[in-house]
Design a protein around this ligand. Structure first.
Ligand SMILES: [Zn+2]
Length: 116
């Protein structure tokens, strides 16, 4: 049973990730408005650290696959938070993490820009 401070931290991380995912949705939209068929887009790291400035390229098709599941996020290598998420793919300039069930997952689903 996490104490209140843990719950607060988990919620904050979940909200930060939601913000970065929102940024990346705009990155994709802008890339598609500049080029009719962009191969890849430059994403911001979706880890929960508000001061993280890591960026990496991802192909548009990989990005679409990532966004098809609201519990998946892309982070720079080593940026996963082990107590909150599991690395499910790590064979590129980024890692794909899946949120563990809990508050951060609830936030991830609730804030999914594609389910509103
Ligand atoms: Zn990061």
């Amino acid at each position: 049973m996490p104490d209140d401070r843990d719950a607060h931290r988990t919620k904050q991380i979940g909200l930060n990730e939601a913000v970065f995912r929102e940024v990346n949705e705009r990155v994709e939209t802008i890339a598609q408005s500049l080029s009719s068929k962009p191969d890849s887009i430059l994403l911001v790291c979706e880890c929960g650290r508000i001061d993280c400035t890591e960026r990496f390229e991802m192909s548009v098709s990989d990005y679409e696959a990532l966004r098809s599941d609201p519990t998946l996020f892309a982070v720079a290598p080593g940026h996963a938070i082990p107590e909150l998420e599991t690395v499910v793919a790590a064979d590129g300039p980024y890692e794909v993490v899946r949120k563990e069930v809990g508050k951060a997952t609830d936030i991830a689903v609730e804030t999914d820009p594609r389910s509103q």
